[in-house]
Design a protein around this ligand. Structure first.
Ligand SMILES: C[S@@+](CC[C@H](N)C(=O)[O-])C[C@H]1O[C@@H](n2cnc3c(N)ncnc32)[C@H](O)[C@@H]1O
Length: 245
């Protein structure tokens, strides 16, 4: 099931690009600041359709994207034609040794075979370079969003961020973690489109998916915060950063 979910995104690449949230600039800068030197060259690993890539490009760095799913990568290239984009996996990164100052991973570290991926990330980073892994989670302090997420059982896999011991790796200094407030402007329809791009729903049986979405829609229609028009879906962007020794 893990592998099926990890490779479930490509069939929905256009919806993914349209409906997934981006990442706050402050979170990207905090990740970069974990390096022991100025960050010039950045790898966006598991880049998907380029949600994180676009934010990294906006910081003025030179960005390369690597992604194993051809449909996701095609969408990235359509949206960001100037970004060098390579097909490849975290466990076998198609870049030379010591070629980047930072490796960013958006919403994907939990899909990797971590020992193999850490070894590869270590190889492509220059000494003193940084690995920054980001996740957008719903803000659990907001009651309606918490209940919505609970109803749907479609939150991202938090195995990695919850089990922090997984984040320490040979050849890296101990990880540091921080959180940043974020939000995603949504309507009922577009929020349901967003959650429909989560792997748990992508791999669900059609009847189960339809039932979950109907239940979620009924909830959003009943809650004052979301019942009419646009609203901010509250997020926390979690960043874990590890400096390469
Ligand atoms: C939830 S998406 C995140 C995409 C993008 N980083 C973002 O923030 O929107 C997860 C991505 O991880 C990719 N992926 C899954 N397993 C991977 C692996 N072993 N190595 C590299 N990428 C992987 C998937 O193809 C998918 O594009």
């Amino acid at each position: 099931m893990h592998a099926r979910r990890a490779s479930s995104f490509g069939g929905q690449a256009a919806a993914y690009a349209e409906h997934r949230p981006d990442y706050p600039r402050t979170a990207l800068e905090w990740g970069m600041a974990g390096a022991g030197h100025q960050v010039r060259d950045v790898l966006d690993l598991a880049a998907g359709t380029g949600k994180l890539t676009a934010g990294l490009v906006a910081t003025g760095r030179t960005v390369t994207a690597v992604e194993p799913d051809a449909e996701m990568l095609a969408e990235l290239t359509r949206l960001l034609p100037d970004v060098p984009a390579r097909l490849g996996r975290a466990e076998d990164i198609p870049l030379p040794d010591g070629s980047v100052d930072a490796v960013f991973v958006g919403q994907a570290l939990h899909w990797f075979d971590l020992p193999a991926a850490f070894a590869e990330i270590h190889r492509v980073l220059r000494p003193g370079g940084v690995l920054a892994a980001l996740w957008n989670h719903q803000d659990e302090s907001v009651a309606w969003a918490n209940e919505f997420s609970r109803l749907l059982h479609a939150g991202v896999n938090r195995g990695v961020t919850d089990g922090e011991q997984h984040l320490n790796a040979a050849g890296f200094e101990p990880f540091e973690k921080s959180e940043f407030p974020h939000s995603h402007r949504r309507t009922t329809d577009s929020l349901l489109a967003t959650v429909s791009t989560h792997s748990a729903l992508l791999v669900a049986e059609p009847a189960d998916r339809a039932q979950l979405l109907a239940r979620a829609r009924a909830y959003l229609d009943a809650v004052p915060e979301t019942a009419s028009g646009e609203f901010d879906y509250p997020l926390r962007t979690i960043v874990a950063r590890l400096r390469r020794s």
